[in-house]
Design a protein around this ligand. Structure first.
Ligand code: SF4
Length: 460
């Protein structure tokens, strides 16, 4: 069983609280709109974005189909260059492995750069329980660490925070008031993090990709903290979701183009760091020890069957920025790690549908997420499939299942269809007075009125 933290059981209650929060709503609206427009502009600059998306999709599908072979190739190449590969089947295995490395090195301070996989395995809590001090060095993650919160967006973790809120958090560490101005805030964060950069015993990062042919791990950042990892630390540990392999550097180039354009609208992310082995004799920069934790945590289960498409995800966040539900409910409603349409599909698959039954319903099924996905994952179809499973596995409430069963029965016979549509014709205007769950539905929607005469009743 995956140990991903379970999302909140009441998506509706959490989303309603977000809707009441005007500051959060305006920050989220502005940021997602900016990212959405930047992606469209960046896609528009390419002569043939559709071909690039098709190529990216082919690469992801071919890699997942032969994942074992590429994992073997990556492991051999990584170890040939002096790195250490550790396989972690569960979150607990991964955190135990990382804690063990820190213990053996006598580490006390751990610096982290942004990694959703580390959020998934609750790494900070695990290391802190071992007495280690863990500091996030990505600016957004650092802000959230100060606030005691989790990422609200997979690319822009502090997307819901206003400049005033950030000023209050950083000002509390400085011990004086800060103005909500960009330069003043980044200068404060730099002061607070600089010491961590130079004194951390161990650095922990994610890995956006890993290249099988060269045994390299690839870090993509806009702040440069990931780049420091390749230069400063004595020990560097990277957490790699097992599905994030790519066969060759040529394939990597395709996916990097798609990732940067789709995530932030950049042609290439500011820092793309390719780490191939620890520091060699005669080199000045780089870690003495380089470890990669290859994390499964439920991913292998998805390789067979309909949901394998989800393993193609390159975590660009484009589907979040276009989703009308995410843009209103905010990231917290989905639980602490993966949010938006990709989270609504992935989280139930990792933790079990019965533990996240609300998430497949957190969608209008408008298909905007599918249209935005650079590797063309059919997100809205997967959400529908999960809804079918909710019914088939009897996770959906009995009343809902009975209601749909009755509807299917009625419309399976001519008489049932005729009677029910005749009743609906008379009763449709009364829908707004429906009781119970029907009221919640009808208070937000107008039922279309039915034609006075059915098509089948019109005789020439
Ligand atoms: S599902 Fe597609 S759009 Fe969403 S984060 Fe993954 S790759 Fe990006």
């Amino acid at each position: 069983m995956s140990q991903l933290r379970q999302p909140r059981p009441r998506f509706r209650a959490s989303a309603a609280a977000s809707l009441e929060n005007r500051h959060m709503q305006s920050a989220l609206d502005a940021a997602t709109a900016r990212l959405y427009e930047a992606r469209l502009a960046a896609w528009g600059l390419l002569p043939d974005i559709e071909s690039l998306r098709d190529r990216g999709r082919e690469i992801r599908q071919a890699t997942i189909a032969e994942l074992d072979r590429y994992l073997d190739q990556f492991t051999r190449a990584f170890e040939d260059r002096g790195g250490h590969v550790h396989f972690a089947e569960t979150a607990a295995d991964a955190t135990a492995e990382i804690a063990g490395i820190c213990r053996r090195r006598g580490a006390r301070l751990v610096a982290k750069s942004k990694s959703m996989a580390s959020e998934e395995i609750r790494l900070n809590e695990a290391l802190e329980s071992e007495g280690l001090r863990v500091v996030e060095t990505d600016l957004g993650e650092y802000i959230l660490q100060l606030a005691g919160e989790h990422p609200a967006h997979i690319v822009a973790p502090a997307i819901e925070k206003t400049a005033e809120e950030v000023a209050a958090l950083l000002g509390a560490v400085e011990g004086h008031e800060l103005q909500p101005e960009l330069e003043e805030l980044t200068a404060a964060a730099r002061r607070q993090l600089r010491e961590v950069f130079t004194t951390a015993d161990v650095w922990i990062t994610g890995a956006n990709f890993a290249v099988a042919e060269t045994g390299s791990i690839v870090l993509v950042t806009n702040e440069g903290n990931g780049r420091l990892v390749s230069a400063l630390p004595r020990v560097h540990i990277a957490i790699l979701g097992v599905e994030r392999l790519v066969p060759t550097t040529i394939d990597l180039a395709v996916l990097l183009q798609l990732l940067a354009r789709s995530a932030t609208g950049q042609r290439l992310t500011t820092y793309t760091t390719v780490v191939t082995g620890p520091r060699r004799a005669g080199e000045q920069d780089g870690p003495d020890e380089l470890h990669v934790i290859v994390l499964d945590n439920g991913r292998s289960r998805l390789r067979e069957g309909r949901y394998r498409e989800m393993l193609n995800c390159i975590r660009c966040g484009a589907c979040l920025n276009v989703c009308p539900v995410y843009r209103k409910s905010g990231g917290d409603a989905y639980g602490p790690v993966y949010s938006g349409p990709m989270g609504a599909v992935l989280v139930p698959l990792l933790v079990g549908l019965e533990r996240a039954p609300s998430l497949p319903h957190a969608s209008s099924l408008c298909g905007a997420c599918t249209a935005a996905c650079p590797v063309k994952i059919p997100l809205h179809e997967l959400l529908l499939e999960l809804r079918r499973e909710l019914v088939a596995d009897r996770v959906a409430p009995l009343t809902e299942r009975l209601g749909f069963r009755l509807w299917a029965l009625l419309w399976s016979t001519q008489l049932g269809y005729r009677v029910s549509t005749a009743v609906a014709r008379v009763a449709a205007p009364l829908a707004r007075w429906l009781p119970g769950p029907g009221r919640a539905w009808s208070s937000q929607r107008a039922l279309p009125s039915l034609a006075r005469r059915r098509f089948r009743d019109r005789r020439p």
